[in-house]
Design a binder for this molecule. Structure first.
Ligand code: ADP
Ligand code: MG
Length: 221
């Protein structure tokens, strides 16, 4: 599902570089990326999703060489093929729960909001216990409920890959496990590959693959 080889990346400003000799995450995997703050976990997700482009090397995601795509094609690829669960959930405060779940369909014309998408959104909402909350605004939700909206939004496009950047960071332990269970359950039901960044070492035994971002490649000057 994800394959990186001989990747070298640095930000235009310089100062930080991420080198990945080799990384492979198979289809259907449940992978966790760990590493201290500033080690490049978010940068790695950005390379995998095509938000950033490596200076050299190969990045292949869901069968596509994202490093070879134009900026516009990378944006399309990301919106149509990848589901994101962001750290702070990044819900739009002026949209109700249903419209937040459907938000990816406002971002890209390749994504068509038709009756089957609407019924999938309702099914996801119901699977995630959000059925009675569809017309609430994010401000009217608990943290755990906001988390579930973020999960539903990441899954609504039926992505083959979910990238989650410390999605349980702001949750209490019980809500955290609940959110994780839901994410696992939904990914499993849809054969979706999951790569999740986490600081929470207590969660790692639930993942089949652990990626230590600091150990990915030679860090040369
Ligand atoms: P992590 O997610 O592991 O905390 P990041 O991937 O966000 O780490 O950042 C890795 C390093 O790259 C940090 O030192 C950060 O300051 C730097 N960095 C992140 N984004 C940019 C950017 N757009 N331009 C320059 N440096 C950046
Ligand atoms: Mg980060």
């Amino acid at each position: 599902m994800i394959s990186l080889r001989d990747v070298r990346f640095e930000y235009a400003r310089g100062g930080f570089s991420l080198n990945v000799a080799e990384l492979a995450v198979p289809s259907g995997a449940r992978a966790a990326a760990i590493g201290p703050s500033g080690s490049g976990k978010t940068t790695l997700l950005n390379l995998i999703s095509g938000i950033e482009r490596p200076r050299s090397g190969e990045v292949s995601t869901a069968g596509v060489r994202v490093d070879r795509l134009s900026p516009a094609a990378r944006r399309s690829f990301r919106i149509t093929k990848i589901g994101f669960v962001f750290q702070e959930f990044l819900l739009l405060e002026y949209l109700d729960v249903l419209d937040n779940i459907l938000y990816p369909y406002r971002l890209h014309r390749e994504l068509r909001l038709d009756a089957s998408v609407r019924s999938r959104a309702h099914r996801l909402a119901s699977d995630l216990g959000l059925k009675s909350l569809l017309d609430r605004l994010p401000a009217e939700l608990s943290q755990g409920e906001r988390q579930r909206v973020a999960i539903a939004r990441a899954l609504v496009t039926s992505p083959t890959l979910i990238l989650a950047d410390e999605p349980t960071g702001t949750l209490d332990p019980a809500t955290k496990q609940q959110a994780l269970d839901l994410l696992f359950e939904q990914c499993e039901a849809r054969s979706t590959t999951l790569l999740m960044v986490t600081h929470d070492h207590g969660l790692l035994e639930q993942f089949g693959q652990i990626i230590d971002v600091e150990a990915l490649g030679p860090t040369e000057a």
